[in-house]
Design a binder for this molecule. Structure first.
Ligand SMILES: Cc1cc2nc3c(=O)[nH]c(=O)nc-3n(C[C@H](O)[C@H](O)[C@H](O)COP(=O)(O)OP(=O)(O)OC[C@H]3O[C@@H](n4cnc5c(N)ncnc54)[C@H](O)[C@@H]3O)c2cc1C
Length: 507
């Protein structure tokens, strides 16, 4: 029976990040991943919207092959008549195209405010969320320190900060800007990956989550690694292996065994058992606690809280193989192309999922990776699309619904790139239901657990579960469901491993 200091379950970005941090402390770590390849949901991702600098630096990802093809991918708000605007620099520093002088001034000022507010929230991402009632020590001190930073903002800025914490993004955009293309793009960025529309309460927090992250030291940047997001996973896997982590793919964990509320071992579906006193699970908390540990071992209150975690995925992924480059009315393809013509279009696309339907006019983010490559154009192009909104549970059922949803997406694409339908050689559509099945993440949610105000900070992913630790001693939670949420950044995994080490690991 093999034994090791620590077992990490799940070879997504967070499992790899956790394994790396544990290995850096000198622990003998084994990582178990059910799929034949590593990466989990990151294999669906096409851009880096933040990579935790702690893991990038500590694990020296550059030494393991991570190179940026583009440190600041521009965003193009597509218009069906070719009147696009292009947002360049980290979080739209400049806007190219026909935008009124008034909107340019208003955007500069709004952008400053949003970046400043988001920066105040950034330090929270690197620490375990404080336990407001009972905890003491560093997290609470850090919280207070940040409180002081807020006070130093001055009364007007503080008032504005508090107002913008609670507001929805649609109201902010309508108050400050006139241009539908710009407003549609920012609204889309706010709700990408979330089960929320721009008019949902507190939706602006979604934008803060994204732009409080940084890539290459640039707050709010969106970057593309050479070789795509897969290159981040490859570099991370190389780095953790170099630090002695044993990675087993094709290794499906069936059970986590505990005795006297203390973790003892991990059993694979193959029957292999690993004895260990520290398990860090980068699977959804419900999978970890209800399926692997088992509800009978847990208090009913814990079981109820885990069952109540909201995990409604509403982002689909479409990959098209095209004959030739598509033409979005002359848009530069070396950009992130966004179809979100107005705030209203984004809100209406969200309305559908509330009633178990997919949007008939979906909003989406498109990327043509070859446009960023220096390889010769061989004629075939891949178009990667993140499409919103589609529910996990479709009322008409996904067997009938999938071709109909694909038709709706193609109709929308055709509107912005006439003739694209004729270029399609192959189409691969993954609905949130497919994503849940494929990655074992209930709901197929981008953040595993929805990142909504009632599931944030000390409430993430649910009451009594916010500190990475579980009622089983030696078992920690590390997936995107944990603070500070998802994305290809590894922060949750890094924090969870750090917290486990601070608590003495298995103790
Ligand atoms: C459609 C879509 C597009 C996205 N695009 C982007 C993007 O462009 N940029 C971005 O920053 N973020 C993107 N995201 C979000 C990002 O991919 C996720 O938040 C992140 O990858 C989650 O990582 P994780 O390690 O927490 O979980 P996961 O990636 O879900 O990893 C969990 C791992 O555990 C494995 N596993 C499951 N059950 C078992 C078991 N029983 N035993 C062993 N292993 C098991 C799974 O196979 C998986 O590899 C996207 C998400 C979606 C759904």
């Amino acid at each position: 029976m093999p034994s090791c200091d620590a077992i990490v379950i799940g070879g997504g970005i967070n499992g790899l990040a956790a394994a790396g941090r544990l290995a850096l402390s000198g622990a003998k770590v084994t990582l178990l991943e059910t799929a034949p390849e590593l990466g989990g949901m990151a294999t669906l991702a096409h851009l880096c919207m933040g990579l935790d600098p702690r893991l990038e630096k500590s694990l020296a990802l550059a030494d393991h092959g991570l190179v940026w093809a583009e440190r600041n991918v521009s965003s193009t708000a597509l218009s069906p008549d070719g009147n696009h605007i292009v947002l360049k620099g980290a979080f739209a520093e400049t806007v190219e195209g026909s935008l009124s002088a008034e909107d340019r001034r208003a955007w500069t000022s709004l952008r400053d405010t949003l970046l400043r507010n988001a920066a105040l929230l950034a330090p929270f991402k690197a620490m375990p969320p404080p336990r407001l009632a009972r905890d003491h020590g560093t997290p609470l001190l850090d919280l207070l320190r940040n409180g002081l930073a807020l006070r130093r903002m001055g009364r007007d800025n503080l008032r504005e900060f508090l107002r913008l914490m609670l507001i929805n993004v649609a109201d902010v955009l309508d108050d400050e800007l006139a241009d539908d293309r710009l407003k549609g793009l920012i609204a889309f960025d706010t709700v990408l990956g979330h089960h929320a529309g721009p008019r949902s309460p507190n939706s602006l927090l979604g934008l803060y989550h994204r732009i409080s992250s940084e890539v290459n030291g640039q707050q709010g940047a969106i970057a593309l690694p050479r070789g795509g997001v897969a290159a981040v996973i490859a570099a991370l896997a190389g780095a953790v292996r170099a630090r002695g982590v044993t990675i087993q793919t094709g290794a499906r964990v069936k059970a986590i065994t505990a005795e006297d509320d203390r973790v003892q071992s991990v059993t694979l579906e193959s029957g292999e058992i690993f004895t260990t006193s520290l398990v860090v699970s980068a699977l959804h908390p419900a999978t970890t606690l209800l399926s692997l540990v088992g509800a009978p071992v847990l208090d009913t209150g814990v079981v109820r809280n885990v069952r109540n975690i909201k995990s409604r995925g509403s982002t689909a992924k479409l990959t098209l193989t095209l004959q030739g480059k598509p033409d979005f009315h002359g848009a530069d393809l070396r950009s992130r192309l966004v179809i979100a013509p107005s705030v209203r279009a984004v809100e209406e696309a969200f309305n559908a999922v509330k009633y178990g339907a997919f949007s008939e006019a979906p909003v989406m983010e498109l990327l043509l990776p070859q446009a960023f490559s220096t390889e010769p154009d061989l004629g075939r192009h891949t178009l990667s699309a993140l499409v919103q909104f589609a529910p996990h549970d479709l009322r008409m059922g996904w067997v009938k619904g999938k071709p109909a949803f694909l038709k709706a997406i193609m109709k929308q694409l055709e509107h912005f790139a006439p003739g694209i339908g004729k270029q399609v050689i192959a189409a691969d559509l993954l609905t949130p239901h497919d994503i849940a099945q494929h990655f074992g993440a209930p709901g197929g949610q981008w953040h595993h657990a929805e990142l909504s105000v009632e599931q944030m900070l000390f409430l993430r992913p649910g009451v009594g579960l916010a500190q990475y630790a579980t009622p089983v001693r030696g078992l920690y939670l590390a997936s995107a469901a944990m603070h500070p949420g998802g994305g290809v950044n590894g922060s949750a995994g890094w924090n969870a491993a750090g917290h486990a080490l601070a608590k003495g690991g298995a103790a």
